[in-house]
Design a binder for this molecule. Sequence first.
Ligand code: NZQ
Ligand code: ZN
Length: 396
Amino acid sequence: MNDFQFYSPTEFIFGRNTEAQVGAAVRKHGGTRVLLHYGGQSAVRSGLLVRVKDSLAAAGIAYVELGGVKPNPRDTLVYEGISLCRREGVDFLLAVGGGSVIDSAKAIAIGVPYEGDFWDFYSGKSPAAALPVGTVLTIAAAGSEGSGDSVITKEDGGLKRGTGSDLLRPKFSILDPALTCTLPPYQTACGATDIMAHVFERYFTNTEEVEITDRLCEGVLLTMVRETPRVIADPENYDARANIMWAGTVAHTNIVGVGREQDWNSHGIEHELSALYDCAHGAGLAVIMPAWMEFVCTRRDPMRFAQAAVRVWGCQMDFAHPENTAMEGIACFRRFLHRIGMPVNFAELGAREEDIPVLVEKFGIGTGRTGGYYWLSAEDVTEIYRIAAHTPPVES
Ligand code: NZQ
Ligand code: ZN
């Protein structure tokens, strides 16, 4: 195991009706004047937004509102949010929604105290200051409620880029699993896929002797394999929703990834799909991650893939040919994704093979290689997109 520092300062407030505590939580964490940031209509329709406002009012917290965050959140609204916060003297960002709303709030949070263009932080610069952020989560997926990451899309040119800093870890996150019961099955499945991908990105590592994090990863994956079909079949199943919600947070605070090298190439390769087609990040991952696995497992030691196949998918180990076990595990993953309603190839996602050169160019790898469990060249990335384009549909 590698040496590490792990900093996860977020206070997680978990359970039914915990959104009623949001006003008190903002106060506890020093907020007096809040930007209430949310997405499209879901938080309005469910009545959540009214409940949040009531709680803020009861705690004597003033607020201004900025709704309209789109999935794959855009820089344009971030600029608007930064101006609004400066004008109104906002000292706390409250995100009510999913990863997109939280990421947009985080971008505003680092943009407000910065004199330059906030996009600098999405082009390699590290933020030095940020307004505090709190969240009321409505979808188990991105893990942004516990992570120090934010991903924003630049409208002009369609570049989707991320930034990461412990400064961006929320001060608190309110996790009420009941809030996720209104999610359509497709969004639930996209979220579940993202959660599993966050674990797999960490699971495929070159670091040895990482039993504790291997087993934590497998625990999260097994939970998702069990609980996801349960909520797809019964969206009101609170207990299954609760397990998935906590799995989503655990998957991405990095507690399952400390002390080990990680990969993250599937995420980078996927981000170009959601930037170009504006598809859901989880759906893009359902197409890319198994394709990445298929490409890498025959080029790299297949034992790690075989281990996942045995421990997560229950495959029988073929000691003479571990690559067969590895491939069987990848097939199980694809069947699972299909079963929960996810696309497994370009056509099902709405992506086009002829766009592959554009996707690779935007990925920006040039003539170099990108690191991780297996280092990829531009040709490798092209081949992964091609595998994703040519994957046959899973037979029902
Ligand atoms: O906008 P509204 O009307 O709220 O609808 C949203 C949106 O259409 C809807 N939704 C959310 N909660 C709902 C609901 N509908 C009904 N009932 C509810 N309770 O779901 C749709 C998707 O929401 P979004 O916030 O986009 O989903 P998600 O949490 O998957 O976030 C995706 C974004 O996070 C980024 C992704 O790239 C993508 O941009 N990521 C952020 C990460 C991070 N910050 O750590 C890591 C991830 O790997 C990821 O890249
Ligand atoms: Zn993700």
